[in-house]
Ligand binder design. Structure first.
Ligand SMILES: [Zn+2]
Ligand SMILES: [Zn+2]
Length: 58
């Protein structure tokens, strides 16, 4: 197993970023930067995070 890909910096994100990148999307970048605890899920929009656990809609 080669750690070719790196995990997104966002804690609540389960996406992988390319070598060099820190976040999979701007959303995570902002989320990580700011100290807001939105929730355990991520809203970057990627399929990996799209299927978030059961939860009340918006
Ligand atoms: Zn995500
Ligand atoms: Zn991310």
């Amino acid at each position: 197993m080669s750690d070719n890909e790196t995990r997104c910096g966002h804690a609540g994100c389960d996406c992988t970023v390319r070598n060099g990148e820190q976040y999979c999307s701007d959303y995570c970048r902002e989320a990580a930067s700011t100290d807001r605890s939105e929730g355990p899920f991520c809203e970057c929009g990627h399929a990996s995070c799209a299927s978030n656990p059961a939860g009340g809609g918006g």
